[in-house]
Design a protein around this ligand. Structure first.
Ligand SMILES: [Zn+2]
Ligand SMILES: [Zn+2]
Length: 311
């Protein structure tokens, strides 16, 4: 029942020896979602022992090199390793042109289906299965096409039936699915048994939001209201607020302000400029505004446990 984020790279612009370019893997109950795919992502997947053959969905926030230069290599490796299952890629519509052009030049025919999904400037549900939804939402960055953040949300699970009580009240098997959905049970004698006596709360649904390169805008908080875990770029410290604005990036203090406005449970900072070999000052700036914050580093793992149920 894992809901676990692994940071593969949390640098910006150019990869350094301390930090790889942007990439993360989110494991939601054994679904492995790759979020951005900067240069060197393949090696990071191996280094941090991510079962990368289980990656079926890749979400690319925008086509700046530090977010997608690793994708072509990964696509090629999957083919060399005999992948058969579909790989779904979500991103700027020009990503399909870029990838198909390169495959054509290499005269390479993939032995698995590669399926592209275009992102738009409108918030949208872009993926859904029986346990999780993924939504894309537009941010503001120096880029002439949609730049998207992503929200991964586990679906509410059904209530858990208390076997002892269900047996005691002789709830028929055919009624169990209604019990799980919260209905009261009425005995043949007409006695109403409250659902709360027969079931227990399911674990809380967990959520994670990824806010890639962007200017700070208060209204973006609406997209990520109340998430358990928010990643927000913090390319610069607050001392470079003017530079952040000029380059369409955010500062650590702005990331914290966004977390505060959205009422998230926990904030992760990443996408650090190479001018911060040690980004600790950014953490101090963020915690002054929003105490529940941490720094990303390559290989960091953040798990959201299933037990926590917030009432
Ligand atoms: Zn970037
Ligand atoms: Zn960018």
């Amino acid at each position: 029942m894992k809901f676990e984020l692994t940071i593969l790279g949390c640098g910006s612009a150019v990869p350094t020896l301390q930090r790889n370019s942007a990439a993360q893997v989110l494991n939601v109950l054994e679904r492995y979602f790759l979020i951005d795919c900067g240069e060197g992502t393949q090696q990071q997947l191996r280094r941090f022992q991510v079962p990368y053959n289980k990656i079926n969905h890749v979400f690319v926030s925008h086509l700046h090199g530090d977010h997608f230069f690793g994708l072509m290599g990964l696509i090629s490796t999957f083919s060399l390793q005999g992948r058969r299952g579909e790989l779904h890629v979500y991103g700027d519509k020009r990503l399909e042109e870029i990838v198909t052009f390169q495959l054509r030049v290499m005269n390479c025919k993939l032995n698995y289906p590669l399926v592209f999904h275009s992102l738009t400037r409108e918030p949208a549900l872009i993926y859904e299965d029986n346990v999780v939804t993924v939504r894309a939402f537009p941010l503001k960055h120096r880029y002439d096409a949609p730049v998207c953040g992503f929200l991964f949300a586990e679906k509410e699970r059904e209530r858990s039936v208390r076997k002892d009580m269900a047996e005691a009240f002789r709830v028929p098997v055919a009624f169990m699915h209604r019990l799980k959905r919260g209905e009261d049970f009425v005995t043949p004698e007409g006695e109403v048994v409250a659902n709360a006596r027969l079931t227990t709360d399911p674990p809380a649904a967990r959520s994670y939001a990824y806010m890639t390169d962007t200017l700070f805008r208060e209204r973006f908080a609406d997209y990520v209201k109340g998430v358990d875990l928010l990643y927000h770029e913090a390319t610069y410290g607050d001392e470079f607020a003017a530079l952040a604005k000029e380059t369409f990036h955010s500062t650590a203090g702005q990331a914290a302000r966004l977390a505060q406005l959205a009422g998230v449970k926990h904030l992760l900072l990443g996408h650090f400029s190479s001018r911060y070999p040690d980004p600790k000052p950014l953490l101090e700036q963020a915690r002054a505004v929003f105490p529940s914050a941490d720094l990303c580093y390559d290989g960091a793992v953040f798990e959201l446990t299933a037990e926590k149920r917030k009432v």
